[in-house]
Structure formats: structure tokens, C-alpha cells
Design a protein around this ligand. Structure first.
Ligand code: SF4
Length: 260
């Protein structure tokens, strides 16, 4: 694709992140969001290109060498960042060069800059050995898990038809056992009569997170405008209750934080 002609960069920031400190962002789909989910709360708009388990080479918007060049240039301009974070609009692990990007970024950051590497993923591609291998190299893998039941998963994350919550949880368990730094990230929300911040769905979600055994849990709410007008933020009593229930489920040694 003619990314260079359009002039859209794969790198953005750095910006001050509540979770990561000063973070330089990397978006592997800077021209158009490509994702295996269509989360109702997504701040990047509804998914027009839903893909799984990977993106065809004809849809690649930026290549590994371009990403590396842009990150190097950006880091030479700013004095220091805490993290380089692969995130952006879309699911980065769908990129066919994801493993290569992680491997080469990790080398660049270790050799020339004192920054760590984080990846935000929706966890849908962990069945791919290449993705799991790449995530083992990452300093901070942040793994999405919003649902306790398949019903909530399908309604709120709207996954590609080839993806099941049960499979994701199995893969998350393996990944968290292999990378003790991995954390789970959960969006707490209400959507059309469903809520994962209270009742049975919260119970199931807390059990699933406890099964996965992450090193930490980041809870957050849709504070940026979602594409679906039916998404709302749970009330403060629900949020405090959800925080307590999830903390109880994972045990006091695991840090559970609520970001409002
Ligand atoms: S996984 Fe992330 S990028 Fe994909 S639809 Fe959900 S919030 Fe948006």
C-alpha cells in the first residue's frame, strides 16, 4: 500500500499513559483499522475489515523495516520514554510480520534505548505459535479478557466466527504461565441489558480471570466515545463491587487496579 505517499505514520506520541508512563505508540494498521473483533466500545469506530487468523499480504499497510525506521527516528528526537507500545487501531497480532516487528524492536530498544516493549492484544490469535513466541519476548503483554460467558463475548466483543471464548481462556492460561509479566485488561461496561460489572456475568468473569492467573489485572471503563450509543459506564457501586470481587478471585498477591 502507498502508506508513504499518504504520509500516515505508524508511530504516534509519545504520550503520558496512566498505565505505562511516557509511551511511544506503534500502530501496525495506521491507514484503516483491521481487527478480529468489533467491540461495541471501540474508540476507533466499527470494524469494517474483520480478519482472522491473519491479514493477507495485500492488506499490509506498513512493513517491519518502516516501523523500525520510524521508531528509531522518534526515539532519537525525544530524550527518553518508558515504553514503546504496539497498540493503535486494530489488532496488531494479525499483522503477518508481527513476530519480526517484536523481535527487531526488542533488539533496537535493548541496544540503543532504555525503553521497554508493551503489546496490547485482544488475545484472539494466541493459538498461533508465532504470536505466542513473540509475546514471550515482550516486557509487558496486556491481554484483553472482557467476558465470562460466550453470550457476553459474542454480544460485546463481536468476534470473527472462528473465535471462541473457551479457546481464548485456554491460551491465556498457557501464555500467563510462560510469561509471568503478562497482565489481563478488562473493560467494564453495560450494553443493552448486559453488564460484566455485576451479577452472574461478573461471577463468570472473575472465575475466568482467576483461572488465567495473570500477574495483574487492569480494569477500565469506556471513557472515550464508543461507536455504539448503547454502551454505558456501570455505576460507581457496581465498579467498586467488581473490583472487590475480581480481587477476591485472583488473591491479594495479584494487583487489580481500576482506571477511571
Ligand atoms: S479488539 Fe481493540 S481494536 Fe479491536 S474492536 Fe476491540 S477495542 Fe477495537
Amino acid at each position: 500500500m502507498a502508506r508513504g505517499l499518504i504520509g500516515l505514520s505508524a508511530v504516534y506520541g509519545p504520550h503520558l499513559s496512566r498505565r505505562l508512563g511516557l509511551s511511544l505508540g506503534v500502530d501496525l494498521f495506521p491507514l484503516m483499522k483491521i481487527c478480529s473483533f468489533n467491540c461495541v466500545y471501540c474508540e476507533c469506530g466499527s470494524t469494517q475489515l474483520k480478519r482472522y487468523p491473519t491479514v493477507d499480504s495485500s492488506e499490509v499497510q506498513v512493513h517491519c523495516d518502516e516501523v523500525l525506521d520510524e521508531v528509531r527516528e522518534a526515539l532519537e528526537r525525544v530524550s527518553k520514554v518508558d515504553f514503546v507500545t504496539i497498540s493503535g487501531c486494530g489488532e496488531p497480532t494479525l499483522h503477518p510480520e508481527f513476530h519480526q516487528v517484536v523481535e527487531e524492536l526488542k533488539i533496537l530498544l535493548m541496544e540503543s534505548f532504555e525503553a521497554k516493549l508493551a503489546v496490547l492484544t485482544n488475545s484472539s490469535t494466541l493459538t498461533a505459535a508465532e504470536v505466542r513466541e513473540a509475546l514471550k519476548m515482550v516486557d509487558l503483554p496486556v491481554l484483553k479478557l472482557d467476558a465470562g460467558s460466550e453470550e457476553f463475548f459474542k454480544a460485546v466483543n463481536m468476534p470473527h466466527s472462528g473465535i471462541s471464548l473457551g479457546e481464548i481462556v485456554d491460551q491465556l492460561k498457557k501464555l500467563c504461565a510462560e510469561n509471568p509479566k503478562a497482565v489481563v485488561q478488562t473493560m467494564l461496561l453495560r450494553y443493552k441489558g448486559l453488564s460484566n460489572a455485576s451479577g452472574r456475568e461478573l461471577e463468570l468473569l472473575a472465575e475466568r480471570i482467576a483461572e488465567v492467573k495473570p500477574s495483574g489485572v487492569q480494569l477500565y471503563v469506556p471513557y472515550r466515545p464508543p461507536w455504539s450509543p448503547s454502551v454505558t459506564i456501570p455505576c460507581s457501586e457496581e465498579l467498586v463491587g467488581a473490583l472487590k470481587r475480581i480481587q477476591e478471585a485472583v488473591g491479594e498477591k495479584v494487583e487489580v487496579k481500576l482506571y477511571l
